[in-house]
Design a protein. Structure first.
Length: 320
């Protein structure tokens, strides 16, 4: 667990490492130290500024199609923030909503139309979709050149072979966060809780490609707390509030919470919506070295990464 400090990697830039080592040292002496908050909003804002400047010189506006089937609360939240971000940077979002009883064929036919529409640069299907529909068929109907969320088999194969291509935007957000904090995962033990095709699996592959030692946990993992405590970097993406409590973490860890759940809460007699992650933040933050908050951590960074990929498609299609 303490290998970052104990192996003497003093050559690494000090921004994160110095904080990490100081935290571990103080925790060894029983001192309570405030963790480093990994602020995804700040990084997202920087990306937004760069994208805004790029779009200002575009002849046409980069355009993203967001397809939603059904009315999932978490999906509604993500789509809302994607549309806000697009307006902020000057991109266009075409939002297409279908009822749960839509035919699979109708969705596929529409996607094929967007594939050939040169004014459309990116297509995403907001997951999850109703179980009566074939997720794989719908996703595979997206032109891989416009698959900016990296969910087609073509994108997955690029990731598997360590080739350049689109990856899940949540995965990309994790990589951007690690790079921003100058955290080298080479040889580090990374534990990922959750093995979804959207987050868990692509994130595991992406970190393996960076020479991390990765363990993927899921609903059938025995003694989950023992696995998570051994991690240098703990990533959770389940969508289960307070899954990760203080009994699941160790001093000095980096905790990245990708989980999102929208809860209905009542405060002062007023019903509100509250977004929470998988980690019991208040119970965990004083134990670990660094942690992402929810909201404000990976969520906004995921959206920024999505539109970075949209600009990439815009530039690539413009060269054809």
């Amino acid at each position: 667990m303490l290998s970052l400090c104990e192996k003497g990697q003093s050559h690494r830039p000090p921004s994160f490492l110095s904080i990490f080592c100081y935290t571990v040292s103080m925790q060894k002496m029983g001192q309570k130290i405030m963790p480093k908050i990994l602020d995804g909003r700040a990084i997202s804002s920087k990306i937004a500024e760069q994208l805004t400047q790029q779009i200002l010189v575009c002849k046409t506006k980069p355009t993203l199609v967001i397809i939603q089937i059904g009315n999932n609360e978490e999906s509604n939240t993500y789509i809302k923030h994607k549309r806000i971000f697009a307006e902020k940077i000057g991109a266009i979002v075409k939002y297409v909503h279908y009822d749960e009883d839509v035919s699979e064929e109708s969705v596929v036919v529409d996607i094929e139309t967007y594939n050939t529409d040169t004014s459309i640069h990116g297509i995403i299907v907001q997951l999850p979709i109703p179980k009566n529909l074939s997720e794989s068929r719908i996703l595979e109907s997206i032109d891989p050149r416009k698959d900016i969320d990296g969910l087609t088999s073509a994108s997955a194969m690029h990731l598997f072979n360590s080739e350049k291509g689109f990856v899940s935007c949540a995965t990309k957000a994790v990589l951007v966060l690690l790079d921003n904090e100058q955290i080298d995962v080479t040889g580090k033990k990374v534990v990922i809780v959750g093995h979804s095709a959207l987050v868990g699996k692509p994130t595991a592959l992406a970190l393996i490609n960076r020479n991390a030692t990765v363990t993927v946990c899921h609903a059938f993992t025995k003694n989950l707390d023992e696995e998570t405590k051994r991690a240098d970097i703990l990533i959770t993406a389940v969508g289960k509030p307070k899954l990760i409590t203080k009994n699941f973490v160790s001093p000095g860890q980096i905790v990245i919470d990708i989980g999102i759940t929208v809860l209905s809460v009542e405060e002062d007699g007023v019903k509100k919506k509250k977004v929470v992650g998988d980690v019991d933040y208040e119970a965990v933050k004083d134990i670990v070295a660094a942690i992402t908050p929810v909201p404000g951590g990976i969520g906004p960074l995921t959206i920024a990464c999505l539109f970075e990929s949209l600009l990439e498609v815009y530039e690539n299609l413009g060269r054809l």
